[in-house]
Design a binder for this molecule. Sequence first.
Ligand code: AMP
Ligand code: MG
Length: 411
Amino acid sequence: MENMTVTYEEALASALSFVHIQGVHEVLLPDAVGEILARDVLADRNIPPFRRAAMDGFAVVWTGEEPERTYRVAGTVNPGVEWRGDVTGADCIKIMTGAMVPAPFDTVIQVEHAHTEHTGHVRFGTSARRGQNIAAEGEDVLKGAVLMPTGTLLSPHHLTTLASVGRWKVPVFKRPSIAILATGGELVEPWESASGPMIRNGNAHFLLAALKELGYREVRYLGVVPDDREAMMAKIREGITFDFLLVSGGVSMGDVDIVPDCLEACGVRKILHRIAVKPGKPIFAGESPGGSVVIGLPGNPVAVIVHFYMFIRPLLLKASGTTEYLPKPILLPLAEEAVNRSGRKKFSIGRLEREGGDSRVVEIPSHGSGDFVSTSRAEGVFEIPLGATRLPAGEIVRFYPIWGNFLSQEW
Ligand code: AMP
Ligand code: MG
């Protein structure tokens, strides 16, 4: 596909085909969040592992005549204790939530419905259903069942399951190593003063933060390089010793956009360089002789912020072993008309707003891909498909919630 423009989907599919998994290592449970399971996680016991009281109350042998008599109480069973006492002649046993229900009892009546008489006997103020308030052994899953498959990206709630089946050591895929390079003779760092034609390097610091948030630890910042062949090639040679090299700037059509040439001179083979997408048209993808994946993003900050999530994160996630790595859209109506004069697929920045009982996508006004300030209120992007020039208010769009915390001042 030499200099051809490809669709966003084709571009992503072809770049993804160059990405491979790095191998497996073990981490301890507290460090597993954000990692990707490299082995299926199985139930080591039935879940629940025993007949468990689901309420505080009294366990009885169900007869259907519970409210009509008094019950003698044999004792109390607390969680974590196996009742070994005699229950012969006893009518019921006091039991706490989480405790193992002893035989022959089969039904738990909540403490709220029990009245203790001065004799110590109890009387129930309600009828009961056989088996109520007892979780059967294995009713959630049976021992040996697959609870979470290989490729699961672990969130905190997955750690409940890992901990519950005794996975203190968790086999996860190794993460790729990543180098970041910012290019441009106009760039100074945030701690330096900027005047005249100079601007501050926002992109590299965004990329470093985004990688940190995703839990990538083997990350090297190669700094800023001016648009100078020798200097740039030296940095590229260093960058391609990492599994990924992410380059900002220098991939467009200008005289100083020398990144693709320099990459080629360092042996990087082009996979693609032009995508029918706005922003992000000049995105470059290539592969180094050693198998590193090199992505060159145009320097416009909005393109970098959008395509870290829409293009780069899928590659990183696939290399990290997840089975799900594409951003998943939510289908929602547009609040206002949205236009696309680019002739390419457009990712417009937006946020969700409540309208009565519904959520709608509100486009955030932007002066274009240099207008990084416009992204600060954005929660994600929505898609205006290739070929569509105008979407009316109310049109259902694919909204990708890539940045939002989805928090609000009111319900
Ligand atoms: P380029 O893709 O190199 O032509 O850059 C496109 C635009 O993005 C230019 O206005 C650059 O000044 C700007 N730019 C390039 N790199 C960065 C960066 N690291 N941080 C912020 N803006 C940048
Ligand atoms: Mg540049």
